[in-house]
Design a binder for this molecule. Structure first.
Ligand code: UDP
Length: 330
């Protein structure tokens, strides 16, 4: 594996992937339509600006570069928006993957690592969640990712394209030393919102529900550092190349933290007060999501190295030094 195409490489997780590949001596090509990504998140690698649903665009990339494998992050990823605009999610996510797999077939590319999600499980039947547990998404975002996992399985049988589908739990953190971090508009994720409150950019953090069946009544999630996620993707790509064995893997820490624990940790790390207000539940939020991460450890050799303090400290270093994110909002 020498040259890797990172689709969606100008986005949050994609840009950390690009940095990790470059650091490890890979040649990286980025494809991104910059709808949510940032040009400044990928400064030192070739960037093709375009939509992966455009077959001619992908043909150009695959013809101009000798690509060994693909990592596909290009997708819409907001749960709430997906409920309101399901067709946008099917059109972007499913059609984008159809187009990418078809281009890979045309150009004889053998390996893809695909961004999937814990949202494929829906309301889990047990904790921690294992890869073979029931998948029954409760929103179109998770449904599109599950549909693509199915498509990957059939494309492997028909065209021999090997895949790793990585079901992320809660991605968080940043790589402040590389000048990259999370910059979404609108921001919906807990940790960046808590840190915006620490910076005084928001008056408080609204806690969505305090009546869940958890020890402090707030939802529990499994947070994984975006740098750990990037490491896992490269391990998955190398695993595919070495063994030719496709698979689906959870990527999580195996440890859950409640919303209140996140806010408390952020207060300790930032030294700022961070006011909180209890608000109504957010529709569609399961009470607890924790990954069983044994399969990724055993098969890919991946174990997360960075815990919650490192996640929040890195995110804080990024947000406090980049209060306007990449500063490219019009
Ligand atoms: N959350 C919250 N207030 C916010 C944003 C999120 O209480 O302003 C909660 C949310 O209900 C969930 C957890 O924080 O229980 C993580 O939410 P996030 O949107 O970061 O990730 P998700 O788990 O939805 O992928």
């Amino acid at each position: 594996m020498k040259t890797v195409l990172v689709a969606g490489g100008a986005g949050y997780i994609g840009s950390h992937m690009v940095a990790h590949l470059v650091e490890n001596g890979y040649r990286v090509i980025v494809a991104d339509n910059l709808s949510t990504g940032h040009r400044d998140a990928v400064k030192d690698v070739p960037l093709y600006v375009g939509d992966i649903r455009d077959g001619a665009f992908l043909d150009r990339i695959f013809s101009e570069n000798s690509i060994d494998g693909v990592i596909n992050f290009a997708a819409c990823s907001l749960v709430g928006e997906s409920v309101k605009k399901p067709l946008k999610y099917y059109a972007n996510n499913v059609m984008g993957s159809v187009s990418m797999l078809d281009a890979m077939r045309r150009h004889g590319i053998g390996y893809i690592v695909f961004s999937s999600t814990a949202a494929t499980y829906g309301e889990p039947e047990k904790q921690p969640i294992e890869e073979q547990d029931r998948t029954d998404p409760t929103n179109p975002y998770g449904a599109t990712k599950l549909a693509i996992e199915g498509m990957l399985k059939w494309c492997e049988k028909a065209y021999g394209i090997r895949y790793a589908a990585l079901r992320y739990f809660n991605a968080a953190g940043a790589a402040p030393e590389k000048g990259i971090g999370e910059d979404h508009a609108p921001e919906t994720h807990l940790i960046p919102i808590v840190l915006a409150a620490a910076l005084g950019k928001r008056s408080h953090i609204g806690i969505f529900g305090q009546d869940y069946p958890t020890p402090d009544g707030t939802c529990i999630r499994d947070y994984i550092h975006v740098k750990d996620l990037a490491r896992a993707h490269l391990l998955a790509l190398l695993h595919l190349e070495k063994t030719g064995e496709s698979g689906i893997f959870n990527l999580g820490s195996g440890t859950g933290y409640s919303v209140k624990e996140i806010v408390e940790t952020a207060r300790r790390i930032t030294g700022r007060p961070i006011p909180e207000k209890i608000e109504p539940r957010r529709p569609g939020d399961p009470s607890v999501l924790i990954a069983a991460n044994k399969k990724a450890a055993e098969v890919l050799g991946f174990t997360p190295q960075l815990g919650l303090d490192a996640i929040i400290a890195d995110a804080w270093a990024w947000h406090s030094s980049h209060p306007e994110g990449f500063g490219d909002r019009v």
